[in-house]
Design a protein around this ligand. Structure first.
Ligand code: 5GP
Length: 143
């Protein structure tokens, strides 16, 4: 796949098509949010537009309003769900920046005073932990 070209075989496209499982916390016509399988902290969630783009560089700007509305909703929900002290929002564009999955997504990571982030794309979390955390976020979202 040439650099800069959207690959419909990327892992998030497969998740969006339901070809591989995810722990979803939110879905509407335009946006899905699910747990990161290698969380950098408890409750690390990814907010993903359904429309295909590699990242912010090639996205239709019309997506940013609904995308960031849900980023905010999820940020408020994870803060509540885990009684977090803060929330880190991160978004990577192309390999030089650290991007590893080439479908636009925004990381929403609950933060706790004095607790550093774990490595990006580090260790896999147990599915039962992801399921439990997803349940807490869904409850905080009221869904
Ligand atoms: P990026 O580096 O592209 O900003 O972030 C990709 C994120 O996707 C990483 O934090 C990584 O842990 C996560 N990830 C990679 N593969 C999967 C997967 O199959 N399912 C889920 N839910 N997350 C994934």
């Amino acid at each position: 796949m040439a650099e800069g070209v959207y690959d419909p075989g990327n892992i998030f496209a497969k998740i969006l098509r339901g070809e591989i499982p995810s722990h979803r916390v939110y879905e509407d016509d335009a946006i899905v949010a699910f747990m990161d399988v290698m969380p950098q902290g408890t409750g690390h969630t990814l907010v993903v537009p359904k429309a295909p783009s590699r990242n912010i560089l090639d996205a239709d700007p019309a997506i940013f309003k609904p995308l960031f509305a849900i980023v905010q909703k999820v940020a408020v929900a994870v803060k509540k769900a885990f009684d977090a002290d803060g929330v880190t929002i991160v978004q990577f564009n192309e390999p030089a920046s650290g991007q590893t999955v080439f479908h636009l997504h925004v990381h929403v990571i609950p933060r706790f005073d004095g607790v550093p982030l774990k490595p990006h794309s580090g260790q896999m979390e147990k599915p039962e932990v992801l399921a439990e955390n997803a349940g807490k976020i869904r409850a905080a979202l009221g869904s």
